[in-house]
Write a protein that binds this ligand. Structure first.
Ligand code: GCO
Ligand code: MG
Length: 405
């Protein structure tokens, strides 16, 4: 089964997505997600100009060798652009191998370890009442876990809830440049415990609650928040501070039993190694696309399992349904699975472009037994919904200083 063509498709059915199609001489094709929010064309170019030419003629079944070839063979290792490109190729190869063998990918990984994949939904709102009302709706639908994000009073903008504003592009203005949002750590820290206090009062204690800090705190502020939220028993607190300095996380642990999650921006096991082996985190959130594919994610999960760290892959709307399907297969199998982030089924436009086989039943995500990843793509969407430049927002403190995302 030799690779005969690799094509890259960039389209924008309400958001930009980069899709890789690997075709073989037997006429089969596999799909991979190469979307890197705000830097989509860099990955597309890396794939088209630097990766595709090297892979034509290679045996598509040699997934591991192709991964090593693209990682070790490039000399310039790691980095989000490189690893997202490798991730897209790796996903497409697993999809292909599934189609070639007639097996769903979870079966090739070692089979199902569970009935379904537990997910957490997103409740986002402009006020505490709005957030809690949304969360209550999810619980009624059967969800067992919900992430709560709320706008901070007296702070313009919508911290943590931008992704759900459907006119995402409008916020970026006519020139499509990064929107700017104000940030005040003091206002945030003064407010956020009251969200969780009210949530427990109204929603009770059965539901698992999550919150994402988006790396905005210093170590001492992070310790303060972990302690303040401890009474509300979170499943985890995500990205409580930036992690370039992995060693800093160990210092947080003695302050609080609030579990910690991190990893959505990581693209190599080296980004997580110290955090894991010093028992500094509880959940590792690396994504199949940005981490270089299913192949390295397996190695990460096995390593994490030695330290009781569970997986919780990133599942924001800027990962395409191809990555979502890859996560679903991975999560069905991975022994130390924790929970999957899930933001819902996307807009009508998105669903007209991607045909993906998932459903959620009693808070568990499931798929049927289609070979490969169980996802297809409308290749004409590139003309119908062409790429639109887009950026994540930028944060500034109230005095104008640029702050962490
Ligand atoms: C999450 C993420 C997203 C990211 C986005 C960046 O946990 O879902 O933090 O909100 O900001 O995926 O591209
Ligand atoms: Mg996050």
């Amino acid at each position: 089964m030799k690779i005969s063509d690799i094509s890259v498709y960039v389209c924008c059915p309400d958001r930009n997505f980069v899709t890789v199609k690997i075709t073989t001489d037997e006429g089969l094709y596999g799909l991979g997600d190469g979307t890197l929010n705000g830097r989509e064309l860099a990955v597309a170019s890396y794939l088209e100009n630097h990766v595709a030419p090297c892979l034509i003629g290679k045996d598509a079944r040699n997934i591991e060798d192709i991964w090593q070839y693209l990682y070790k063979g490039a000399y310039w290792r790691k980095g989000p652009v490189t690893m997202t490109a490798i991730g897209a190729i790796d996903m497409a190869l697993w999809d292909l191998f599934g189609k070639y063998t007639g097996q769903p990918v979870y079966q090739l990984l070692g089979g199902k370890s569970r009935k379904g994949v537990k997910v957490y939904a997103h409740a986002n709102g402009a006020s505490i009442d709005e957030v809690i009302e949304q969360a209550a709706g999810f619980i009624k639908e059967g969800y067992k876990a919900v992430r709560l994000q709320c706008s901070i009073p007296e702070m313009d903008g919508t911290y943590g809830i931008l992704g759900d504003k459907k006119d995402y592009y409008k916020m970026q203005g006519d020139r499509h440049l990064p929107p700017e949002q104000p940030w005040s750590t003091r206002k945030y820290l003064n407010f956020i415990p009251s969200l969780f206090k009210k949530a427990r009062e109204v929603l009770g204690w059965d539901v698992e609650l999550v919150h994402d800090v988006h790396s905005r705190l210093t170590p001492i502020e992070a310790a303060k928040l972990c302690k303040a939220l401890e009474p509300y028993d979170l499943l985890f607190l995500e990205d409580v501070m930036p992690s370039e300095n992995q060693a800093e996380f160990a210092g947080l642990r003695p302050h609080s039993t609030t579990p910690l999650a991190i990893g959505e921006t990581y693209n190599s096991i080296w980004d997580a190694k110290t955090l894991i082996e010093t028992n500094s985190i509880d959940y590792i959130r690396c994504a199949v696309s940005h981490f270089g594919g299913i192949t390295p994610l397996r190695r990460l999960a096995d390593f994490a399992s030695l330290y009781h760290v569970k997986t919780s892959p990133h599942g924001a709307p800027d990962l395409s349904p191809i990555a979502l399907m890859a996560h679903l297969h991975f999560n069905y199998w991975v022994p130390n699975f924790g929970i999957q982030e899930f933001v819902g089924f996307g807009t009508d436009k998105l669903n007209s472009v991607f045909d993906y086989d998932i459903y959620v039943e009693d808070g568990l995500m499931k798929t049927s037994d289609k070979p490969g990843l169980g996802v297809d793509f409308d290749f004409s969407s590139v003309e119908q919904y062409p790429y639109k430049r887009s950026y994540l927002p930028v944060s500034r403190l109230e005095d104008g200083t640029l702050s962490d995302w």
